[in-house]
Design a protein around this ligand. Structure first.
Ligand SMILES: [Zn+2]
Length: 400
């Protein structure tokens, strides 16, 4: 039996025959143990004869802080099925320039760190790191089961700083990102429905989305049985932009001669838009003071809460009462931007009411949007949209 080099027996099927170590690098020469049964690297079948020996330099994970290079002697075998082929090596992929352990560790780091950092950590070129991450993610994705969604959520997000957008479709029940496409047109999401097929489209019962998108027409075309649901997150965000921010600016402008009061109103921007439950006690007090001193702000703030309550109605009757009441309050408010907002929202009522029947957890959208922003920052600079989309899909593989 062959006696191995003790603690350096880290590469099954090979033994260390030479080594060189400096203060920052290590180099080991590896030779195959020929007595083992040999397998063909292509068909994995057993082979009996060796054609020739070739040498390949392969990167391995650092050894005691030193960059480690393996000079591996590999056997080209005579495979009765494939001809001359490299031998199968468990810890080294067929054409790889680094060991499988290193490739896995690099891909693991890419989950948490930007490519640039990972490349520095392992002394690799960023494109190498990106390739490794891509391959690993694609492998993970291919292991996921075929999705069978019944409730969908559709959304869009900014792709670059310019105004290019991407569409994202997720399974509302499992939180799995099913599809991402450049652009936010009907054509952009069409391949998703085509791939679902007729039976898959028939299974879809409800689809949550933002108002004012092209998505509803496409959904109606493919899934005639699906109900369109407008989600709270988008409606409230829109209310914040079009009503609360507008009234805050007007209020601040009206206080031109009262500098301190004006400053307080201007600084209340964030307090007004955040969910009241997430504010600290001191912030609650400040918010309350601002609201009490400014009637219009108080009105739009209170009406934001009652708008939200439409999404928690227990039955269509309760919903209808709240909706009528909300519209009436808006009409009576005398606040122009609020009246405008309410009038525009009015025609979307079926999609808001549908939420009572189809309670979907679209609150996830806010979290997903934030996560996409983080991924975008990490993948930023490479302009590889395909990779960016793959990262998003891998971040939301679903929980069912
Ligand atoms: Zn073979």
């Amino acid at each position: 039996m062959h006696k191995n080099t003790g603690w350096l027996d880290l590469w099954p099927g090979f033994h260390v025959t030479d080594s060189r170590i400096t203060h920052d690098s290590a180099w080991l020469r590896l030779e195959p143990l020929t007595k083992l049964p040999l397998r063909c690297g292509q068909c994995l079948g057993l082979v009996e004869s060796v054609h020739e020996r070739v040498t390949r330099n392969v990167r391995e994970l650092s050894l005691a802080g030193r960059t480690l290079t393996l000079q591996v002697q590999l056997l080209r075998v005579d495979c009765p099925r494939c001809g001359h082929c490299l031998q199968h090596v468990r810890w080294l992929d067929r054409f790889a320039r680094m060991t499988r352990a290193m490739a896995q560790t690099v891909a693991q780091c890419c989950k948490r760190l930007p490519i640039k950092h990972v490349a520095q950590m392992f002394c690799l070129h960023w494109s190498t790191v990106q390739q490794l991450d891509k391959r690993s993610l694609a492998g993970l994705m291919s292991q996921l089961p075929q999705p069978q969604p019944t409730h969908l959520v559709m959304d869009e997000f900014a792709l670059h700083k310019g105004h290019r957008y991407a569409s994202v479709i997720l399974d509302a029940d499992t939180r799995r990102v099913l599809y991402i496409a450049k652009d936010r047109s009907r054509e952009a999401i069409r391949p998703f429905f085509e791939s679902l097929g007729e039976a898959g489209c028939r299974r879809i019962q409800a689809v949550a989305m933002d108002m004012n998108t092209a998505f509803d027409l496409e959904v109606r075309h493919w899934c005639p049985r699906a109900r369109i649901v407008y989600d709270l997150f988008h409606v409230i965000a829109k209310y914040g932009r079009e009503v609360i921010s507008r009234v805050r600016v007007d209020t601040a402008n009206a206080l031109r001669n009262d500098k301190p009061a004006r400053r307080v109103v201007k600084q209340a921007h964030w307090l007004l838009l955040r969910n009241a439950d997430n504010l600290k006690d001191s912030e609650q007090v400040t918010l309350q003071e601002v609201l009490e001193a400014n009637e219009a702000l108080m009105t739009v703030y209170v009406l934001k809460q009652s708008l939200k309550s439409l999404w928690t109605a227990h039955d269509p009757w309760q919903w209808r009462r709240r909706w009528k009441q909300w519209l009436a309050h808006c009409a009576q408010s005398g606040i122009e931007c609020l009246q405008l907002f309410a009038n525009r929202l009015r025609k979307y009522w079926p999609g808001i009411l549908a939420r009572v029947r189809w309670p979907m957890h679209t609150g996830q959208l806010e979290g997903i949007n934030n996560r996409i922003k983080v991924i975008k920052r990490m993948a930023y600079g490479y302009r590889d949209v395909e990779y960016f989309f793959l990262k998003i899909k891998a971040a939301f593989p679903g929980n069912a």
